[in-house]
Design a protein around this ligand. Structure first.
Ligand SMILES: [Fe+2]
Ligand SMILES: [Fe+2]
Length: 301
């Protein structure tokens, strides 16, 4: 466990993260970067951005509750130390996405009511399945649910959003870049730490596999609801993007993510590439830690 120890120490975290890729950022982005005027001035697109950001805040609040809860049920100090760094990462993610809501015009006194209004109920159920395991102090199930399932999902969602935002919203894209780097580290811990524990407690497998299937079900339902909203705004988003490119005298470029051009795909195709990517990652990661991926039943459309 010695490479594991040094790879996930607080010292390593300081060097990589606050003194590394977050150095000189403000709420995760460059100090002078702002949300684009064209977004702030367009009511449907602004509402869409608020709705999307609310899901990020809710997902990160769940990650904060899970990683902090797992500190106290971790069986060893290297894991506790790593989870303490992760707790701060997740608190930072909650803060930077909350700050984005403020940047999009949400007033601080309206934060909770805005979250209640826009939160996807399927995402709440997804988080509840995980937090039940954490509350029961079930370390192995909690780390699989948090560091493999929740963060595997977050990683791909952030990557897709980062790719889609890179050309016209550098502020949001850069905010996501730092969180992607954090999530990559969290997912790596899940894989490295849990494989040996699964081998040690094989009797836990069926219950953990059931949890994964249940979380995957709620995740797919979350995607399906989210992309039905996206579908309503795709055309408007492309019109505004075309205007922004014309103003800059640039031609819009294809935005390819896992083989799909996000600048031309419809909402259904976007949902399909995201679901396929996340489930493919689950399968690989679970296989590496000795768990069998369980296909969730497809949520009703
Ligand atoms: Fe996070
Ligand atoms: Fe994370």
């Amino acid at each position: 466990m010695s490479t594991f120890l040094s790879g996930y120490s607080i010292q390593r975290w300081l060097e990589l993260c606050p003194q590394g890729y977050l150095d000189e950022t403000v709420y995760g982005h460059g100090p002078d970067e702002k949300e684009p005027e064209a977004l702030l001035a367009n009511e449907p697109l602004l509402e869409d951005a608020i709705r999307t950001t609310v899901q990020l805040v809710v997902g990160e609040r769940a990650a904060l509750a899970a990683s902090s809860g797992l500190v106290n049920c971790a069986p060893d100090y290297p894991s506790k130390n790593f989870l303490a760094t992760q707790t701060l990462d997740e608190a930072r993610h909650v803060e930077i996405f909350t700050q984005r809501l403020y940047d999009l015009g949400v007033r601080s006194e309206d934060l909770e009511s805005t979250i209640d209004r826009y939160v996807n109920p399927n995402l709440v159920k997804f988080a509840e399945v995980l937090l039940e395991k954490v509350e029961a102090k079930d370390f192995v199930a909690g780390v699989v649910g948090q560091n493999i399932v929740l963060e595997g999902m977050a990683f791909s969602v952030f990557e897709m959003m980062e790719t889609a935002s890179r050309q016209l919203n550098a502020k949001f894209a850069n905010t996501l870049t730092g969180t992607i780097a954090d999530e990559r580290r969290h997912v790596g811990f899940g894989e490295n730490r849990i494989g040996s524990l699964i081998a040690q407690y094989p009797e836990k497998k069926p219950e953990i596999e059931r949890m994964q299937a249940e979380m995957s079900y709620h995740m797919l339902a979350t995607f399906s609801a989210a992309f039905s909203y996206t579908g309503e705004n795709v055309a408007e988003g492309r019109r505004v993007a075309a205007e922004a490119f014309a103003e800059r005298g640039e031609e819009p470029q294809p935005i390819t993510w896992h083989g799909t051009d996000l600048s031309a795909a419809d909402a259904h195709q976007m949902e399909a590439v995201l679901a396929e990517t996340v489930l493919g990652e689950f399968k690989n990661r679970l296989g590496r830690i000795g768990l069998d991926y369980q296909t969730p039943i497809a949520p009703a459309a």
